[in-house]
Design a protein around this ligand. Structure first.
Ligand code: SF4
Ligand code: FES
Length: 243
């Protein structure tokens, strides 16, 4: 049976019923910038980096269902400018001091900034005061770098079955909450082998004593763009999910 088609930047893209625009694009090898989306988890739709224009309206590609004949714009100057602004806002809402961060070169936020040609933060830094949690013997939680993508929340709940994390508060007062009586990671069942300890796209959750194992210059996004890495990792996941 032939598949229905949508168009992305004028190119016909087949999709499977039930796929989102992001999934149809990924399966076709088209990169749509994203941060809170990871095809291993249910979409969350919070970061808005994946904003595309669907039949003239801005929508999140990670949550918007693909439909027959849709006219989707993705790689346009206007949308990339919007994504750059979203990325700049994410930078100033946290304390993303890339040169001193162990995740530098492996960080999706940093890689998104490079990919989108962001050359400065544009907005004044908020410098939020956020608590660092070093209580766990194997895992460090540095809330300064959290972008509230909820990947650790979804991983802990849906994969590890532990429900260690939640997001509380709103706007600049948003906080990553640790679900334990003390509020500390040491008092949770999280382990360094858990998905939640390894899924963070930035440097907010780090496994201790593993820092700088891969030297600067040889790290993931030192060698490949975010688009190349994302497609290589995510295409097989999307294809197996919708076989
Ligand atoms: S700690 Fe990392 S994975 Fe969890 S919400 Fe923050 S940025 Fe996302
Ligand atoms: S990737 Fe779609 S809203 Fe974050």
């Amino acid at each position: 049976m032939t598949k229905p088609f949508l168009q992305i930047d004028g190119k016909p893209i087949p999709y499977t019923a039930g796929q989102t625009i992001m999934e149809a694009a990924t399966a076709a090898g088209i990169y749509i910038p994203h941060l809170c989306h990871n095809p291993e988890f249910e979409p969350h739709g919070s970061c808005k980096l994946c904003t595309v224009k669907v039949n003239g309206r801005n929508c999140s590609a990670c949550t918007f269902p693909a439909a027959d004949g849709q006219d989707v714009l993705n790689d346009t100057a206007e949308l990339n400018e919007l994504r750059r602004t979203v990325t700049q806002l994410l930078f100033v809402e946290g304390n993303h001091l890339c040169p001193s961060c162990e995740k530098s070169g492996n960080c999706q936020l940093q890689a998104a900034a490079y990919f989108l040609g962001m050359v400065d933060a544009h907005f004044p830094f908020f410098y939020p005061a956020r608590e660092l949690d070093g209580s766990h013997p194997d895992i460090l939680l540095d809330r300064d770098r959290c972008i509230f993508c909820e990947l650790c929340v979804r991983a802990s709940r849906d994969v590890d079955g532990k429900n260690v994390f939640a997001i509380g508060g709103r706007g600049i007062d948003s906080r990553l909450i640790v679900n334990s009586p003390s509020g500390k990671l040491a008092d949770t069942p999280i382990a360094a082998t858990d998905k939640a300890a390894r899924v963070c796209p930035v440097g907010a959750i780090l496994v201790k004593r593993r820092g700088f194992e891969v030297p600067i210059g040889e790290r993931l996004y030192d060698r490949h763009t975010l688009a190349e890495e994302s497609l290589e990792r995510e295409e097989p996941i999307v294809e197996s999910r919708h076989d």
